[in-house]
Design a protein around this ligand. Structure first.
Ligand code: FMN
Length: 324
């Protein structure tokens, strides 16, 4: 068997720049990378946990899965195939995924074509245009999620309105949860560079009840702009057939693949994951989507009415080690 060549410095830069553009809860960027020859290990950075809002580490793993997908997209753009082993070393649980990058030097169709969307994708928390998503496009998003062994369950009007009730109850509850509010202060609001969500990326405040999460709820928002939001956006729940650590990683890969395809159709997405951060409301969402699969992300999708503001990233070199 031929020996796979080590990744060059340029290739490592391309792969890890792509990886760090992944979405992560509160933009914590909970990853570290180690490169050994042609292998990239993606590790959990324990300094970037969210113990109050994500005690089981589910959201962390979803973010890491998204970073893995981006890495594979960049490898495919470079003409290299890649293979993933989740949790490769029981003695080293912080290694959450090992990506083997093969030597092939021909274009890898599918994934590689998404490379151009990596930097354009961003979470958009503003109002959406009153313009439905064509079924042809929702079909592409379904395929993207299925390619990573997950599914998108689209909510009908009745399920959307029941989700709205759940959101209002959870938002009200969270407003009185000091631990959560305190945790968010570390990551959300104000001016930021490197990580977290600066105020401009939070979007305008809705003038009435809306399907958007105000991540700075509970803080002073008197100076934020306001906007009229759509009544009933398209909402898809990303689901996995199982509920375990491997499924969470898969969910992140499926999420990012679907988001990159959405970006290629000029769609914008934000998330209503507060309902998945509490067991009773997560169980209720599970019922809304038929009770058989496990909801991992609640995604609001549509055509943006305003420009989106991106969030910053740490330099990939700050979370990287190389071993020969
Ligand atoms: C697992 C996970 C959960 C998230 N939950 C929410 C959420 O409930 N509400 C929200 O507005 N954004 C949510 N986000 C989006 C992140 O805040 C966003 O990805 C991060 O700030 C980086 O910004 P970007 O997506 O624009 O690159 C979530 C992202 C991930 C990966």
């Amino acid at each position: 068997m031929s020996k796979t060549s080590v990744l060059t410095d340029d290739e490592i830069g391309i792969l890890l720049t792509a990886a760090v553009h992944a979405p992560s809860m509160h933009n914590t960027q909970p990853w570290r990378f180690e490169v050994h020859g042609p292998v990239v290990d993606v590790l959990l950075d324990r300094k970037r946990l969210l113990p109050s809002e994500d005690p089981a580490g589910r959201a962390n793993r979803i973010g890491i899965g998204a970073a893995v997908l981006n890495l594979r997209v960049a490898a495919a753009m470079l003409g290299r195939e890649s293979r993933i082993v989740p949790d490769p070393d029981p003695n080293c649980p912080e290694v959450m995924a090992r990506v083997f990058v093969a030597d092939r030097r021909t274009p890898v169709p599918g994934l590689g074509s998404l490379y151009g969307e990596l930097r354009a994708r961003r979470t958009y928390r503003g109002p959406l245009l009153d313009q439905p998503i064509p079924p042809r496009v929702t079909g592409r998003l379904d395929e993207a999620a299925q390619a990573e062994r997950a599914t998108l369950r689209w909510l009908d009007a009745d399920a959307t309105s029941r989700l709205g009730e759940l959101l209002r109850r959870v938002d009200e509850h969270d407003l009185h949860d000091e631990d959560r509010l305190h945790e968010r202060l570390r990551w959300i609001g104000g001016d930021r560079s490197g990580d977290g969500i600066q105020e401009s990326a939070l979007g305008p405040l809705p003038t009435g009840p809306a399907f958007v999460r105000d991540l700075s709820a509970g803080s002073d928002s008197s100076h934020r702009s306001q906007a009229v939001f759509e009544d009933s956006p398209a909402i898809a729940v990303l689901c996995t057939p199982q509920e375990d650590a491997a499924a969470w990683l898969r969910a992140g890969m499926a999420l990012e693949r679907a988001l990159l395809v959405a970006t290629s159709y000029d769609l914008a997405a934000s998330f209503l994951n507060q309902v998945l951060e509490h067991s009773p409301s997560r169980a209720a969402v599970r019922e809304l989507v038929g009770g058989r699969c496990w909801p991992q992300m609640v995604i609001r999708l549509g055509y943006p009415a305003q420009p989106a503001h991106g969030t910053a990233r740490r330099d990939w070199r700050d979370s990287f080690d190389r071993w020969f």
